[in-house]
Write a protein that binds this ligand. Sequence first.
Ligand SMILES: Nc1ncnc2c1ncn2[C@@H]1O[C@H](COP(=O)(O)OP(=O)(O)OP(=O)(O)O)[C@@H](O)[C@H]1O
Length: 239
Amino acid sequence: MTPVLDIRGLTKGFTMHHLGQGFAAFDDISFAVAAGEFVLLKGANGAGKSTLLRTLYRSYLPQAGQVLFQSDHGLIDLARAADVDITHLRRTEIGFVTQFLVARPRVSAEALVAEPLRVAGVPAEEALVEARHWLRTFGVKENLWPAYPTTFSGGEQQKVNLARALIRPQKLLLLDEPTASLDANARAALVQRLADLKAQGTAMIGVFHHPGDVEHLIDRVVDLSPNAPATEDRHDVVV
Ligand SMILES: Nc1ncnc2c1ncn2[C@@H]1O[C@H](COP(=O)(O)OP(=O)(O)OP(=O)(O)O)[C@@H](O)[C@H]1O
């Protein structure tokens, strides 16, 4: 089967200009992810997990390698694609879930959550009904739905963030510690949503501080620790 994402020889380093030196965040990473597959990234603090996710999302440009994404418009190398194509893919096919909400002034929680559906052409009222469903599912109190999330607590903001990021199924989902600081109910709702998306064919690559939360979803583990084997089958590993 053609993978959704085929990562080949990916290398990313940073230059510390004030120290006049550079270092590799990760070096020569290769692995592929198929539709409906869940890949866990592991490695010690600083191993390069977040940097790899950000490079796949093209927030960072790699120094070498390819990130071949099977988009609806054909195969595209995310490491080299034009910014305009990346912007389009982020709206339509590639999602990124972090623990941080990018709240916007004077935009309500429900409008923020409904936005990805609106952009996809769903009528306003329908998108709002769906947004409220996900806000309820992740445990955001109803009186907060029309309010501005800039003043919400950290956990409340994160729930709005999850509702927005997961309201619309994507072909590829990148997850950077999405369970951090969630209460038990929201964590359970998130894991259930991820399981449903996986069953619908979403390919996922994620970093989880407590991988036990998603243990039953993991198909493969990619270990970014120096000298680790490239990938490990799920049945071989303890996470
Ligand atoms: N923008 C940046 N500029 C310079 N160095 C950076 C930058 N971002 C990350 N690094 C460095 O790259 C290395 C990898 O960082 P990264 O955040 O990817 O690690 P991680 O595996 O996600 O760690 P953690 O488990 O602590 O979240 C670290 O040594 C970090 O200091």
